[in-house]
Each structure stands twice: as C-alpha cells, then as structure tokens.
Write a protein that binds this ligand. Structure first.
Ligand code: NAD
Length: 360
C-alpha cells in the first residue's frame, strides 16, 4: 500500500458527547459549557415529543420549542425560524432530529450567527459538517460556512431506537456513501481514511443486526458511531460523482434522499473502482468482501432496501436528462466523467441490475 505524503487536514472545534440517554443528560451541560442560557429547541413535527424532552431537560435555559423543520430547508421555514429565535431572545439553538431539523438549525445559524448544538436522530451526518442547504424558488442551494458547524454534538443512541427499519437501512447506507467518496476524494488524508474505513465497518456490521432486532441498543450505538465517523468524512472532504448524482436526482427530480443514495452507491463505486485502488483496498477490509460494489448492492438488497431508481419513481427519459445535468459542470471524481459514463451509471441504477465493476 502506498502512503499519502501530501495532504491537508483541518480539525474544526466541535465537542462530541456519545452515550445512551445523552440527549437529556448531556445537552444541558453542553449548553452551559458554551455559556448559553436561552436556547431555542428546533425539530420537525414528528420529532416534537423528543425535542420537548430535551427542552424540559434544559429547564430555564430553554427559550422555546420550534417544531417547524421540514425537508429540504425551504426559505419560508427559515424565515419563520429566524423570527422565532429573535422573538424568544435566543442566544443559541439546539436542533433535535435528522438532517432536516439540523438543516434548519444551520440555516438559522447562517442568518443570525447563533451557535448550534445538534442532537441527531438519524445517520445523515449533517451534524459533523459546515455545509448548509436552502431551497428557494424550487432550487436547492448549498454552501460551506464554519458558522453553521454545530459547536457541540450530542449522540444519543436511544433516540435512534424509533427509527423504522427501512429508514435505518437507507440512512445507514447514506452514511456509507460519505465514507466511500471520502476515501477517493482529492483532499482525502490518512486520518479521513481511518475514519472512513472504521465508519464503514461499524455501519455495515450494525445494519443486519438492526434489521433482525431494531431495539438492539448495542447495534444502535455501533451504527451511530459509524454515522459519526462517516459524517466527519463528509465534513472534511470534497464529494464526487455519487453525491453530485444524488443531489440532481433529489433536487431536480424529487427523489427521496436516503433511498436514492442507497440505490446509486453500488453503481458509482463499480464505475470508480478502477481509478481508486486504495479506496477499494480499504473498503475490502471494512466490508470483508472482494467485490465491494457487489457487496454493497447485496447488503442493501438483503436488508430490504429499494434497488432501482425506477422503483423510486424516476421516469426513463429522465435518465438522459439527469446525466446531462450531472456532466454540465466539472467536479471532483477519481474517474473522468463523460456523458456516456454517467448515463451508463444512471441507467444501471435505473434498472437496479447487478453492478459490474469496470476494469482499469
Ligand atoms: P430527515 O431529517 O428528513 O428525516 C427523515 C424522516 O425520519 C423524517 O420524517 C423524520 O421525522 C424521521 N425521523 C428522524 N429521526 C427519527 C427517529 N429517530 N425515529 C423515527 N423517525 C425519525 O432526513 P435525514 O435522512 O436525516 O436527512 C436528510 C436531509 O439532510 C436531506 O435534506 C439532506 O440534504 C440533508 N443533509 C445535509 C447534510 C449537510 O452536511 N448539510 C448532510 C447529510 C444530509
């Protein structure tokens, strides 16, 4: 194996607390450490009961509960969130929930400069990144700003016990996608590679256990640990073809986030593998399989995840349209992207057929 001797790695100031029950037992301490006394607790409507638990634990340090987060962070939802924070006189926010709740917390942080504490309840990994997203006039914009990176992340595996099995699987494979693309990113580094490999191992081991028993707290902890590492990889590197494809499929064609990642990943990996031998070696160790693209395809299928973009509602003519959109702008990828190449990946994902790893 060759050793990468040319890299840059930036550590951002984020404190991580990880333990069962931490949402209630650790969040007040994290607020106090940050000197925050008036926190607005943010969640989606489904996550409101959990967010209320956190709000109650904060006691006098809670300035209100705002349960209006929605998927894709619509601009009007952000406007109302900013108003709520101002009206409450908040000096910080606590986002409780998945990528949507954390996304609203980040958008408020971007507009107001208020510090954010994240209490994640899915494996999306958003809590470990300085990336924000916002949907306005039907288009999703994203950007990077250190201001939106949560200062403190409270991982409580007990919160994930209620994640339905299908979302457990797709959210978990969404996390694996961050690790896969971090392994071959142009700005990868030895530390990122360690996190990506162990994050993949942890998640791939935990998911079958969770399908067998969603209440297995040890497996929940292992999966959330994996999600942490995979999220940290996402926050530290530049993503490639896979994330670009999923962004277009979600943003322009309205496909669901975690499911789309789950369907697409094996095909992108099969396509990129010949140009990313070190990534493949790390994934072989993590997945315990020789053909890593096939192993991911088999894992998703065995755990009941959707297999094709057709199943997710993509219309056949959209394969060409999506491929054109993906190739319109340059982006980092280990294998140079051609219109034919992207169309081939998309077509295979559309059909859901067994991935065939390309040869160098
Ligand atoms: P989500 O937050 O919309 O959650 C998906 C669904 O699961 C929702 O209906 C939610 O109510 C429910 N849910 C969440 N936690 C639950 C729990 N513990 N038990 C039961 N139900 C639960 O989606 P997500 O998959 O967590 O995140 C996807 C979103 O996050 C996308 O919009 C994506 O673009 C964004 N994202 C952003 C980044 C970033 O770095 N900015 C990274 C990853 C994802």
């Amino acid at each position: 194996m060759t050793f990468t001797t040319d890299f840059t790695y930036e550590t951002r100031p984020v404190r991580v607390v990880f333990r069962p029950g931490a949402a209630v037992t650790a969040t007040p301490d994290e607020a106090a450490r940050l000197g925050l006394r008036r926190l607005l607790v943010i969640s989606g409507s489904r996550g409101e009961p959990t967010a209320r638990m956190v709000a109650d634990a904060l006691g006098d340090a809670c300035a209100g509960l705002h349960a209006e987060a929605r998927m894709h962070v619509p601009a009007d939802v952000v406007d109302r969130g900013v108003e709520a924070a101002r009206a409450a006189g908040a000096d910080g926010c606590v986002a409780v929930g998945g990528g949507s709740a954390i996304g609203l917390g980040k958008a408020i942080a971007l507009r107001t400069g208020l510090p954010l504490i994240a209490v994640p309840s899915t494996y999306s990994g958003s809590e470990m990144t300085p990336v924000w997203g916002l949907t306005e006039h039907g288009a999703k914009r994203t950007g990077r700003d250190p201001q939106v990176q949560p200062r403190s992340v409270v991982y409580d595996p007990e919160l994930t016990l209620s994640l339905p099995v299908p979302l457990t699987v797709t959210s978990g494979i969404n996390a694996l996608a961050h690790a896969v693309e971090a392994l071959y990113a142009p700005d990868t580094s030895p530390l990122v590679q360690l996190m990506a490999e162990d994050g993949t191992r942890a998640m791939a081991e935990a998911l079958p256990l969770l399908v067998a028993d969603p209440g297995d707290l040890e497996a929940r902890s292992r999966a959330l640990y994996g999600a942490w590492l995979c999220g940290a990889c996402l926050g530290s590197t530049t993503m490639g073809l896979h994330h670009k494809l999923c962004h277009v499929l979600g943003g322009t064609f309205g496909l669901p986030h975690a499911e789309t990642h789950t369907v697409v990943l094996p095909y992108v990996l099969a396509h990129n593998a010949p140009a990313a031998p070190e990534a493949v070696t790390a994934l072989r160790r993590a997945l315990g399989a020789e053909d890593v693209a096939h192993a991911l395809w088999e894992l998703g299928g065995r755990l009941g995840a959707p297999r094709s973009l057709a199943e997710l509602g993509l219309a056949e003519p959209d394969v060409t349209a999506a491929a054109a959109q993906v190739t319109a702008q340059p982006y980092a990828n280990p294998r140079p992207m051609t219109a034919d190449g992207v169309r081939g990946v998309l077509r295979a994902a559309y059909e859901g057929r067994e991935p065939e790893t390309a040869t160098a």
